[in-house]
Design a protein around this ligand. Structure first.
Ligand SMILES: *Cc1c(COP(=O)(O)O)cnc(C)c1O
Length: 402
């Protein structure tokens, strides 16, 4: 007799299975079987962590810096992060207004757990980063998706935003530059958000993880620069994952009002405790050392972006917003929906991503994963040669649809 199936918590079953998982699993299986897969689905820089940062990590191990640390992170790292905020942006934070977490994603998780009650709504501009809705739901909150249009370069339209505001709105997430679109929010859009947030006392969650990876002259528009009065209700999320190619080290950080950071520390103290001691030392080296590494990466990314966008735009029926930051292109490929290959219809982004993987050995992420089914996300955190080959394959594959 077999044992009865063990039931799972409702919170797990309410989280939708990620549509990217199927494509990813398939890409991995194909690769394992020896297929020459070109992978554009990766969400991390293709650069190594800078040498001096790796050395700092090794030194931390050799010096025996391998025990528990303070839950919110070692004081010298929080002080160094506070100095970065002051020097780079003119924002003053005390070290106890900063939490170091196990990656930026974990900072968001702590925030949601610390802030949200059942029924609280969080405005999520869409296309969104895959984890936002799930992190909100796991905390009992309700993600409210606010559509952005590629026709407006994925900027936030204040009149659209106002349609989604209710008395239950508690917070809004801003991610500029954005994953997956690479777009920035304009000063006008941020001004409109700032006005509503001040009037209504919203929490602003500003996910600035890509703020050092931009392709603009001049400063990135930022809500705290547009409206400094919001500082007491804003949480700034950042980290070293993208800016220093340190995704695997798992160090992110949040700056914000002391009582919210203290609440986040409570959550962190009963779940992960401190982030890795060794990774904190490496991050300390990244934050205090030379700051030219992101700009070096940007040079390579810019050349690839220009090529990728130019080539995508040369494909009939494909439109593509020029990304101003991050390392993704997010072309609208929906004019190919309704076509078919070998009698098999392509009806949405999942079908198209699946087809590209099967027939072109090209892995991209279907837009539905980001709440935007008209699009496919391709990462250009990969070499120009691979991008060139990928675009040949993409063009051929689209050509073969009838
Ligand atoms: C990568 C990323 C993060 C943080 O990632 P971690 O690896 O957890 O530090 C946060 N937000 C967005 C939009 C990202 O793409």
């Amino acid at each position: 007799m077999s044992a009865p199936a063990i039931s799972l918590a409702d919170r797990v079953t309410q989280i939708k299975p990620s549509p990217t998982l199927a494509v990813n699993a398939k890409a991995k299986a194909l690769k394992a079987s020896g297929a020459d897969i070109l992978n554009f689905s990766v969400g991390e820089p293709d650069f190594d962590t800078p040498l001096h940062v790796r050395e700092a990590g090794k030194a931390a191990i050799d010096e025996g810096f391998t025990r528990y640390t303070a839950v919110p992170g070692i004081p010298e790292l929080r002080e160094a992060i506070a100095r970065r905020f002051a020097e780079d942006h003119g924002w003053q934070y005390d070290p106890d207004q900063i939490q170091v977490s196990c990656g930026g994603k974990h900072g968001l998780y702590n925030m949601a757990q610390a802030l949200l009650n059942p029924g609280d709504e969080v405005l999520v501009p869409t296309p969104y980063w895959v984890s936002y809705p799930a992190i909100i739901q796991l905390a009992g909150g309700t993600p409210v998706l606010v559509p952005l249009s590629d026709k407006r370069d994925f900027d936030l339209d204040p009149s659209t935003l106002s349609q989604y505001v209710t008395s239950k709105t508690k917070a809004i997430i801003l991610n500029s530059p954005s994953n997956p679109t690479g777009s920035l929010f304009s000063e006008e859009a941020l001004q409109a958000v700032a006005k509503l947030a001040l009037e209504r006392g919203w929490v602003i969650i500003s996910d600035d993880i890509y703020d050092t990876i931009t392709y603009i002259d001049g400063a990135l528009p930022h809500i705290l620069k547009i409206e400094p009065k919001l500082k007491g209700q804003t949480l700034i999320l950042n980290g070293v994952s993208k800016s220093f190619a340190m995704t695997g080290w798992r160090i992110g950080y949040t700056a914000g009002p002391q009582h919210i950071i203290a609440a986040m520390n409570k959550i962190q103290s009963q779940s992960t405790s401190n982030p890795s001691s060794v990774a904190q030392k490496a991050a300390l080296c990244a934050v205090t050392g030379p700051q030219d590494f992101p700009a070096e990466m940007c040079k390579a990314f810019l050349e690839r972006r220009d090529y990728f966008v130019k080539e995508l735009r040369s494909i009939p029926g494909v439109t593509c917003v020029n990304p101003m930051g991050a390392f993704y292109v997010f072309p609208n490929m929906s004019s190919y929906y309704g076509r078919s290959f070998d009698g098999k219809p392509i009806e949405n982004s999942l079908d198209l991503a699946d087809y590209l993987l099967d027939e072109a050995l090209l892995a991209g992420v279907p837009g539905i994963a980001f709440g935007a089914d008209d699009f496919i996300r391709f990462s250009f955190a990969t070499s120009l040669e691979i991008i060139q080959e990928g675009l040949h394959r993409l063009k051929d594959a689209l050509n073969n649809l009838s």
